[in-house]
Design a protein around this ligand. Structure first.
Ligand code: NIG
Ligand code: FE
Length: 408
């Protein structure tokens, strides 16, 4: 964006000092703000900010925009999405309404495998168009940093197709995107009954091919009942790490899977889902650099328990929230809805939920140095609100439009 001086900001919220990479426990219940502020964006980054009036030596040199008393917030960060997919799974939506569970649909060969079939028959250009629309929806809803996964390919060429689409999104949109290789999302149809051979394929062919084209930042595995075991996950994370991919995994969605432990063992940037966890997982995470990330949109859509976010916060741990946007378990990319579920269903305060959707979410995808707060030197990525001055109104009146526009 052009260098711009924003003046008459009614409230500048989400301010953090330089160097804060995440908020833990009681620190999460605070969102620092400054009323009646100015903020200068220079070279696409936050250069400086302060209370009005803006000093003359700054005010004289830059194009100025008057925000007329509106609130300026750091944009949402969504650290777990599957927005590159083809078509939809409308029949499964009806099957679920009629009583089939996510696992039953998967066992019948539907679910992720349905998406893999659709993706196989979709060209890279078409896939890009479909994903772009979702990305634009995310931007409109205030998300300007996001992680996007592969995992609907399940064949080397199709996994690469997905990751190339993510690369094109990175090139063409003014947002921060992190890319995750999730070849071990399910066992591809051709490998039905030969799971070990599929894991071989992931380790021997897919990971080297992904690394050769430098297509991913992270490696992910769906470590859960009916999907990949702890031993298989261990092997995939070890291989990924050798190829320079940091782990970031799906764990404990369907069962207490051991996924948290294996994720922490390989210093995962985050372990995601956590709908089913005991105090043991909490202790494992306490002494780690791994962010616990929960996905309340999946709990909402599949009728699963919600992650124990409040217990984590009470125990002094950090928590991040994300949308999990995908056609099977969480067909919404709206982080405001995620923030509202964080409050209403997980009993986080609005401040805790906001921090879980911004700074801690940025940490959960390794970009807390450039995103997730109003901090000098971070990328300019903001939400300008309509006349909402109270952060708590965002999750409280959770369907009233609150975004005037986004800035990036
Ligand atoms: O995070 N749990 C595994 N993967 C996705 C669902 C993917 C799908 O059903 O398409 C998730 O919920
Ligand atoms: Fe997911």
């Amino acid at each position: 964006m052009k260098d711009t001086l924003f003046v008459n900001i009614g409230r500048l919220a989400g301010i953090l000092p330089k160097g804060v990479r995440k908020l833990c426990g009681h620190e999460m219940d605070k969102v620092e703000s400054l009323d009646n502020a100015w903020l200068l964006v220079r070279g696409g980054k936050i250069d400086s900010f302060g209370q009005m009036p803006c000093p003359n030596y700054i005010a004289s040199g830059f194009q100025t925009e008057d925000l007329s008393g509106k609130m300026l917030l750091p944009a949402f960060c969504d650290a777990h999405t599957h927005i590159v997919y083809a078509g939809d799974r409308r029949q499964e939506f009806v099957d679920k309404i009629n009583g089939l569970s996510y696992e039953e649909i998967a066992k019948r060969g539907g679910g992720i495998l349905n998406s893999a079939d659709l993706l196989h028959n979709t060209s890279e250009d078409d896939l890009y168009e479909q994903a772009s629309q979702r990305l634009e929806e995310m931007m409109t809803n205030g998300t300007l940093s996001m992680e996007i996964k592969s995992g609907y390919g399940l064949r080397t060429e199709d996994e690469l197709k997905m990751l190339r689409v993510i690369r094109r999104l990175k090139e063409n949109y003014p947002v921060t995107i992190k890319s995750t290789f999730l070849g071990a999302h399910a066992v591809g149809r051709e490998y039905a009954g030969r799971q070990q051979e599929y894991v071989d394929l992931v380790c021997r062919e897919m990971i080297p091919a992904v690394a050769a084209e430098n297509l991913a930042d992270f490696v992910d595995v769906f470590c859960d009942a009916g999907f990949f075991t702890v031993e298989q996950t261990d092997r995939i994370l070890k291989t990924g790490t050798e190829y320079g991919l940091r782990p970031k995994i799906h764990a404990n969605e369907l069962a207490v899977s051991g996924g948290v432990q294996v994720g922490v063992k390989y210093n995962a940037v985050s372990v995601d889902h956590l709908e089913r966890t005991t105090d043991v997982e909490m202790e494992v995470l306490r002494n780690s650099d791994t962010m616990p990330l929960m996905l309340p949109g999946a709990s909402f859509f599949l009728g699963m328990p919600y992650g124990r976010a409040k217990d984590y916060v009470k125990a002094g741990l950090p928590v991040a929230l994300a949308s999990d946007c995908n056609p099977g378990s969480s067909p919404s990319c709206d982080m405001r809805f995620v923030m509202a579920l964080g409050c209403i269903k997980m009993r986080l305060t609005p401040q805790e939920s906001f921090n879980a959707c911004t700074i801690n979410a940025a940490a959960a995808m390794g970009c807390a140095d450039i995103a997730g707060s109003v901090t000098i030197g971070k990328k300019a990525a903001f939400i300008v609100t309509k006349n909402v001055m109270e952060l708590g109104f965002i999750p409280y009146f959770h369907h009233t439009p609150f975004i005037d526009r986004v800035i990036s």
